[in-house]
Design a protein around this ligand. Sequence first.
Ligand code: GDP
Length: 428
Amino acid sequence: MSNCAIVGVNWGDEGKGRMVDLLTEDYDIVVRFQGGGNAGHTVINQYGKMALHLLPSGIFRLDVINILGNGVALDPENLWTEMQDVMDKKVKITPENLKISDRASILLPWHRDLDELEEKRLADKKYGSTKQGIAPFYSDKYQKKTVLAGELFYPDELKTHLLEIMEWKNMMLTGVYGAEPYTEEILDKWFHDYCEKIKPFICDTGLFLKNAQESGEKILFEAQLGSLRDLDYGIYPYTTSSNTTAAYAPIGSGLPSAKIDDIIGVVKAYSTCVGEGPFVCEMFGEEAEKLRKAGAEYGAKTGRPRRVGPIDIVATRYGAEVQDATEIALTKLDVLSYMDEIPVCTDYVVDGEKIQRFPFPTALSKAKPVIKYMKGWKQDISKVRCWEDLPAEAQNYVEYIEKSIGCPITYISVGPERDSIIIRKKGK
Ligand code: GDP
């Protein structure tokens, strides 16, 4: 089998973690290539239920090597806390099965402060940030105002570099926001408490991946969030601050020459969206509450109720296109089993005109959804394991989505557990 990327096609929370957890069986290496601890991948397996934020979802497979690539927002504080939580569940994490890129930039403590201070300043115009410091971190990375993980191996140079950045950062913290400045002592303690703990895991992951590729090992690239949150292709400015699309995987992983043969786009059988921004297909009231409850749609990181709606064909078709998805995993089909009729957002209307193409972000606020209803199946499908056993109405729903977005649906997930899956591939 060849290299593969598992990416989100919608607004995130599609169930990528459960797909990575399932498919890592066939891979040697799992790499996270972008994003940080601002999202959650929920995985349920023999160790129990766990929400991963920064650790790759291959961490539960003993023989899989997990990599945090140079494209991630390396938050040592969150990562170390998460590693301890996972190790508490008797999962082994060592420098052999977790490797952190020496070229990953470090999310520093003031990034989280600045995120919070800026959201507070924006008040009702806020972006709905998870306040994990991701946007200030990526701005600083591109301004070259943070430090690389590998600098931990050069303590003298690191100290000088950090103090220079701190001086600049304090001007912003105190001058713009009236906040407390950082001191060398605070930074020293933070580095001691968190960075020193993750230091044994830091190495030249680019070289590791190059060697692995040359010896024919199979690599799985794991994305965070989804197409519509991609900095360049999403609903800007309500995007995340990194590229969530598969095309970024080679750059953000440390293997710029990587060829990704298989791109599995994960699509949820209905829509959810966390935070602010346009969400054309949004449902409200009792209908929304029922779907939210049925799908347990509350943020893995923040516990915030997610906004919900029917599957949005316009957004999903676009999302699959920007991912260049070669196949689709449709998740949470079981959640729709309670519905008599299943709503589907087929088109948008903008200024009286029906459109099928996902519009420019500014036009989204004017877009209205066109909804059609399909017959529901009204029976428990969570134990179904093969396509033929799915009720005809469920098959129709899946086939309708497949045809509308123009990409084969090869996996259908009917429950959160590892084996609650229908595989529609020849030979499987
Ligand atoms: P991710 O960030 O894309 O990995 O998605 P999340 O972890 O935020 O959200 C997916 C949630 O749905 C998790 O709680 C999963 O355990 C759960 N889940 C995944 N697939 C299914 C499914 O097919 N059916 C049901 N009922 N739950 C699922």
